[in-house]
Design a protein around this ligand. Structure first.
Ligand SMILES: [Zn+2]
Ligand SMILES: [Zn+2]
Length: 149
């Protein structure tokens, strides 16, 4: 009778490479995209970063919070494991949202990246071969939460 999958509050687990830090996030992402900006490439290493955006309060660090390494300021930063260096998420939009690095999810989210963004800064050695729309910027979709901005 307490099946969370039917009540809409399914939670997803995630963790860093070494396992020191783990988190739980609601399976309620507002958007997901593959970001080709040069910052995301340098922060992660690959040609682009798949990320999923959600309100910050729907993310909870469930283990190893004392191991967290912050790069940036208090309300806009990348959060990494200080031991293995994994980028777990970025806090954005003045702290209102987090962008989960989807590669750190353990569970399969409902959402899928629906677009390529910042393709103007795409790595020249990488060719996008799927049919997802491509944009030069990230346009955050309007939604119930957009009125809070
Ligand atoms: Zn780690
Ligand atoms: Zn980016």
């Amino acid at each position: 009778m307490n099946d969370s999958r039917t009540t809409g509050d399914r939670r997803l687990g995630g963790k860093c490479l070494c396992g020191a830090i783990s988190y739980a996030v609601a399976d309620e992402f507002r958007y997901a995209a593959n970001c080709h900006c040069s910052d995301c490439r340098r922060a992660t290493g690959p040609a682009f970063k798949p990320f999923a955006g959600i309100e910050s309060h729907k993310l909870r660090i469930t283990g190893g919070a004392d191991r967290m390494m912050i790069f940036g300021d208090e309300s806009n930063h990348d959060a990494r494991c200080s031991l293995c260096g994994s980028l777990l998420y970025s806090t954005v939009r003045d702290g209102a949202f987090v962008h989960i690095a989807m590669g750190t999810l353990v569970d399969d989210p409902t959402i899928r990246p629906s677009e390529h963004i910042f393709v103007g800064s795409k790595a020249p050695w990488f060719t996008i071969t799927d049919d997802l729309p491509q944009y030069d910027r990230h346009v955050v979709p309007a939604g119930p939460s957009s009125a809070q901005e």
